[in-house]
Design a protein around this ligand. Structure first.
Ligand SMILES: CC(=O)N[C@@H](CCC[C@H](N)C(=O)O)C(=O)O
Length: 385
């Protein structure tokens, strides 16, 4: 196709910056999907097939042999946070920002795609742009979709930016990399009233204050100290005025457990504490667990082989065998079904994930594209030999 874009022509930094401007909530990634489709539309079309699924995109590149298919997944959505970076290409969507690196992840996926389109590998390659990683979770419904099932790959790979590692460093481990997660939404309803007559009310602010401290005893008193769990509340909303006893309080948070078995135990404890709160404070408590993600469990053999390959064949990349982290990722659902792994990619910034000031180093994009293009090429060749 004349006028088509080659991998060398693709400006991945410009792509990342353009994506950074348009962060969108989960399943509302309309501009992002359009942008991704426009970039893919510039590739030579003979060897690629493209499908959309909701706001996601799936691209299959035909390999020279095509006996197997290697999958690579990026997430697409932004986070509900007001950006506070020094960038001239700041978010154009007030209250939303790519604060978890999905703009970087998508740029890497496009770079990888351009590379395998331009210079075919033996295997077919499926690049998946998955919506709604931050919530409510796009991986599970995408896996179950006709669109994905028709192209289901034999292995599935992904990465996530890591602010704490220098550029050129990656980190992973065989087995559990990220935790099981559940969102947590609690609505307390009491009887409001005049600040001077608390005995005629059921004060949801006092009940919430007590509950917040009780929730923190779950990890310290109920979870086996040899296991890991987190209960974090990120939002408290309630009350209308300084001299009115609040009728409604809403708490929003997240639960993390490293073992699958601890999650129901933590939830049972939350339910028991809420029953006690209702009895003790005379408030009504409504509980909603929102979306839940399965742990990211790296396939032991595939991960070990990748780690060996990096150490032996990629002298410019520093590999760290890291500990598991209490982050969540719905990529865990892909790995529950398909062997593969996820790894951390160093982007060297002092601010952590989900921070309004995070500025990942864009040099990491090229590092990841070279690493993953070489690995996918190597996987295809070793499967044939
Ligand atoms: C990598 C990362 O930061 N992922 C998110 C996933 C959020 C899942 C869900 N909305 C929840 O809060 O439980 C994370 O916060 O770890």
């Amino acid at each position: 196709m004349s006028g088509a874009t080659t991998a060398g022509e693709l400006d991945l930094i410009a792509i990342r910056r353009a994506l950074h401007r348009i962060p969108e909530p989960g399943f509302e990634e309309y501009k992002t999907q359009r942008f991704v489709l426009d970039v893919i539309g510039r590739f030579p079309s003979e060897r690629i097939e493209v499908k959309t699924w909701r706001t996601g995109v799936l691209v299959r590149v035909k390999g020279r042999v095509g006996a197997r298919c290697i999958g690579y997944r990026t997430d697409m959505d932004g986070l509900a946070i007001e950006e506070d970076t020094t960038y001239p290409f700041r978010s154009e969507h007030p209250g939303f920002m790519h604060a978890c690196g999905h703009d970087v992840h998508m740029s890497i996926a496009l770079g990888l795609l351009a590379n395998v389109v331009e210079s075919p590998v033996d295997d077919d390659v499926l690049v998946v742009f998955q919506p709604a990683e931050e919530g409510p979770g796009g991986a599970k419904p995408m896996l179950e979709s006709e669109e994905f099932r028709a192209w289901k790959p034999d292995t599935m790979l992904a990465l996530h930016i890591a602010p704490e590692y220098p550029v050129g460093t990656i980190a992973t481990r065989p087995g559990t990399l990220f935790a099981n997660t559940s969102e947590l939404f609690i609505d307390l309803k009491g009887v409001g009233g005049h600040a001077a007559f608390p005995h005629r009310t059921n004060d949801t602010i006092v009940a919430a204050a007590s509950l917040i401290l009780q929730l923190q005893t779950i990890v310290s008193r109920n979870v086996n100290p040899l296991e890991s769990a987190v209960v974090t509340l990120g939002v408290i909303q309630g009350g209308t005025r300084q001299n009115i006893i609040a009728e409604n309080v809403r708490l929003e948070g997240t639960i993390r457990t490293l073992s699958e078995g601890s999650m129901p135990a933590v939830k049972a404890r939350i339910e028991a504490l809420l029953a006690g709160l209702e009895a003790g404070f005379g408030v009504a408590a409504k509980l909603d667990y929102g979306s839940n993600y399965f742990q990211v469990f790296n396939h032991e053999a595939v991960t070990a082989s990748f780690m060996r390959w990096v150490r032996e064949e990629m002298p410019d990349v520093r590999l760290i065998e890291c500990d598991a982290a209490m982050t969540g990722e719905d990529f865990g659902y892909f790995l529950k079904d398909i062997p593969g792994f996820m790894f951390w990619l160093g982007v060297d910034t002092p601010y952590g994930l989900h921070h309004a000031k995070i500025e990942p180093s864009e040099e990491a994009i090229g590092v990841a594209v070279r690493l993953m293009s070489s690995y996918i090429r190597k996987m295809g060749t070793s499967a044939r030999s």
